[in-house]
Design a protein around this ligand. Structure first.
Ligand code: UTP
Length: 288
């Protein structure tokens, strides 16, 4: 069973400027919880016991969200707002049974560089990676779906989703060989291809299961030569060394939260699904 996961949250979030100057995109709300809550929830539901957050020194306040707050609990009781305690308890429940560690990425030198900072915690283990701007709404947690493949394949597995043709140039797109329903061998990764040159319409989603072999590949990239160390580049080099990487088109809805429009749409989708708010919101939409 996969026990460890890395969640890099040290990116600049420039696509959310000006908001991201004061609110990290991982704390943007989806209904009434920050994006990072959904990510940790998926990790826990997938059986993860150890989470390594990679943070930027300036952004470490994100982790305050998961900390207990006895003072606030006391205050809610004193002010007869006990009914709100369940909101705090839901976080306590979420983090129960998971150990958290934090490593720092001092400069935003790429997603691969961020993952590399977690090496001393991961050691020789296999591990999951969650990019904190991709939420998946599914019956079986997305990482658990990938783990089903990993258990027999023992090679890295990447989460994939089909995207509309005109959106292809915004994603990392894979060239694949189909193995069975939803399962592919990845042959190449092309970053943001033009529609005509795209090898498929299968985009990489921020969910990976990796082996510790990746660290050697990430280390080989020197930030002196390139401005950033990118995970997709390291995976591509593994492929050219003849290593096997699988891609799995997971079941569920990909709720992107990396750009303003995608986050608004994801927020819309989940709010309109939420038992507490859906009727009132539908009423407002009708009125509009
Ligand atoms: P993104 O590619 O979305 O980059 O990162 P970003 O910097 O967060 O956002 P933009 O492009 O400026 O709008 C994918 C994941 O990798 C993390 C991000 O926090 C996000 O979870 N990341 C990215 C790092 O931790 N460090 C980096 O240097 C880059």
């Amino acid at each position: 069973m996969l026990k460890k996961a890395v969640i890099p949250i040290a990116g600049l979030g420039t696509r959310f400027l000006p908001l991201s100057r004061v609110v990290p995109k991982e704390l943007l709300p989806l209904v009434d919880k920050p994006v990072i809550h959904y990510i940790v929830k998926e990790a826990k539901a997938s059986g993860i016991k150890e989470i390594v957050f990679v943070v930027r020194p300036k952004k470490k306040e994100i982790l305050e969200y998961f900390k207990e707050d006895p003072k606030l609990e006391k205050l809610l009781k004193k002010r007869k707002r006990e009914y709100l305690l369940s909101e705090l308890y839901s976080i306590k429940e979420l983090v129960k049974g998971i150990s958290f560690s934090v490593v720092y990425q001092k400069e935003p030198l790429g997603d691969g560089h961020a993952i590399l900072q977690a090496k001393k915690h991961i050691k020789k283990s296999d591990f999951g990676v969650f990019f904190a701007d991709d939420v998946v709404d599914s019956d079986i947690p997305c990482l658990a779906q990938l783990e089903n493949i990993f258990r027999t394949a023992n090679s890295p597995v990447i989460g994939l989703k089909r995207v509309e043709k005109e959106k292809i140039p915004s994603y990392g797109i894979v060239k694949v060989e189909k193995i069975s329903n939803r399962l592919y061998k990845v042959k190449d990764i092309v970053e943001k291809p033009e529609i005509e040159k795209a090898p498929s319409d299968l985009a990489i989603v921020g969910r990976y299961i990796l082996t510790s072999e990746i660290f050697g590949y990430l280390e080989r990239d020197s930030v002196k030569k390139k401005p950033e160390i990118i995970l997709a580049d390291a995976l591509r080099r593994m492929l050219s060394d003849g290593k096997t990487i699988y891609g799995y088109e997971f079941q569920g809805r990909w709720l992107e939260c990396g750009t303003k429009l995608s986050w608004l749409s994801s927020s819309f989708y989940l709010s309109l699904k939420d038992e507490k708010f859906k009727e009132a919101l539908r009423g407002i939409l009708k009125e509009l």
